[in-house]
Design a protein. Structure first.
Length: 110
């Protein structure tokens, strides 16, 4: 998992949401735990550099990060399956005051 990954989470469902662009740098791969940095681009708000945490197995990963947006912290998670240098899966975005996450599809490559 260590290294640079790039991709996006498509949070649009036809009525709400937008694509979130991700550039990840996974610095340490300590057994199952992951730590690193992420550059998150929210087209309607800007670019944020944040810490990245998570866990992984040989064929799956769960990544989490918090984005300090203008309207409060946004919590983004990416859970996907790994096939060599690709991760594909589900993104969940929790926005302040929400009772359920916005769900989308995510793809990352290195």
């Amino acid at each position: 998992m260590q290294g640079a990954w790039t991709g996006s989470c498509d949070m649009s469902d036809g009525q709400y949401g937008d694509e979130i662009f991700l550039d990840l740098w996974i610095a340490s791969d300590l057994g199952r735990r992951i730590q690193g940095q992420a550059r998150v681009t929210l087209p309607s708000e800007g670019v944020y550099d944040v810490d990245l945490h998570g866990e992984h197995t040989l064929d799956a990963a769960l990544l989490t990060l918090t984005i300090p947006s203008q309207d409060g912290d946004l919590d983004l998670s990416f859970e996907g399956t790994r096939d060599a240098d690709e991760l594909e899966g589900r993104c969940e975005l929790w926005v302040p005051g929400a009772t359920a996450p916005v769900v989308g599809q995510g793809d990352l490559e290195r």
